[in-house]
Design a protein around this ligand. Structure first.
Ligand code: OGA
Ligand code: NI
Length: 333
């Protein structure tokens, strides 16, 4: 920012608008070319290093050349936006206070963090187990969202393979468990920011599971990367997918990776849709610190837990943890 060319009074105004820490020394959020994972071993090794570093130092990154076609991504947005445009009666069919329901629509906060969003949440992997519960309206919903879910599950497998290798765990470690694992889609619908209301649409939190892969129609996702203490907007790069570390990856890595705190703010120009895909082990599979990352110097820092345990935890979050993983820390004092 060329603040020195501004009159002194304006320059100090601009200065006050800048984040408290000097943004010039911060690394931009990484954008990783995922096609490099399928190239020669040296190129693949470098891509794995980039992914490992992004996870460790920032907790998130974006991926391009991930192989999910523009059509499939556009189809997912169409399906989501057509669903949200349905009459309330159609959407209310899925309204439920029971967070274990396979498909759930809601407009208000039962999780304590939604401020201004409506959402549809449902499971997606394996698709044949879940698709029969999905909305029948709009008529193309199952096909378009199903195609997207399958492609994103594939990307999640590639990413987890790279991340586990980056942690020094055997590359095929857990592959089978991940293939059968949970994929949980959250379709979020945010109104345009109105100057009277709160600018936050979804309050600060981390996601459970290992990874979240998120597609946003317009900017609005903000993250708190590990290398700074300021909210940072995730730019909406056309065709890119945003990826961040979840609580269970923090547990598995025994604290070498940390889950990312993030939130959604309302876009001043547009209503906004985001599609978050959360990936983890199956419902009752316990996640614990990987054996290879636990020794005398690095004792296990977290108790084991499952996706199921997380669902049980939600209504009882009386400590208002932003990160579920805080509740799993072993007190060694
Ligand atoms: C979520 C989430 C962010 C967004 O669904 O868990 O963090 O941009 N969404 O909607
Ligand atoms: Ni989230």
């Amino acid at each position: 920012m060329a603040a020195c060319f501004l009159p002194a009074s304006m320059a100090s105004q601009v200065q006050r608008m800048l984040p408290s820490s000097s943004s010039s020394s911060l690394r931009p959020l990484p954008v990783i070319n995922l096609a490099r994972l399928s190239k020669d071993p040296a190129t693949r090794a470098l891509a794995i290093q980039d992914i490992a570093r992004a996870c460790r130092e920032q907790g998130c990154f974006q991926v391009v050349n991930h192989g999910v076609s523009k059509n499939v991504m556009a189809g997912a947005f169409e399906a989501a936006s057509e669903f949200f445009q349905l009459s309330p009666e159609h959407k209310e069919l899925f309204a439920s206070t029971d967070i274990r329901r396979p498909v759930r629509y809601d407009t208000s906060s039962r999780d304590g963090i939604s401020k201004a969003r409506s959402f549809l949440k449902h499971y997606a992997n394996p698709l044949e187990d879940w698709v029969e519960y999905w909305p029948l309206h709009p008529p193309s919903y199952r096909k378009k969202m199903g195609d997207y879910a399958v492609e994103i599950q594939r990307v999640s497998m590639q990413l987890m393979d790279a991340i586990l290798q980056g942690l020094g765990l055997r590359p095929l470690y857990m592959q089978e468990k991940l293939e059968k694992g949970v994929q949980f889609l959250a379709l979020n619908n945010y109104p345009q920011f109105s100057h009277r209301g709160d600018k936050v649409g979804l309050a600060a939190h981390s996601d459970y599971g290992f990874l979240t892969i998120l597609l946003q129609s317009y900017p609005g996702l903000e993250v708190m990367p590990h290398d700074r203490d300021t909210w940072t907007a995730v730019p909406a790069i056309p065709g890119a997918l945003h990826v961040h570390v979840g609580d269970h990856l923090e547990v598995l890595s025994n604290g070498r990776l940390m889950s990312l705190v993030h939130r959604a703010i309302l876009n001043p120009d547009e209503a906004r849709i985001s599609i978050a895909s959360i990936h983890g082990l199956s419902m009752d599979e316990k996640v614990c610190c990987a054996e290879q990352l636990v020794d005398e110097v690095n004792p296990a820092m977290y108790r084991e837990s499952s996706f199921h345990d997380f669902l049980e935890f939600l209504p009882s979050n009386i400590n208002n943890y932003k990160r579920y993983v805080e509740s799993l820390k072993i007190d060694r004092a």
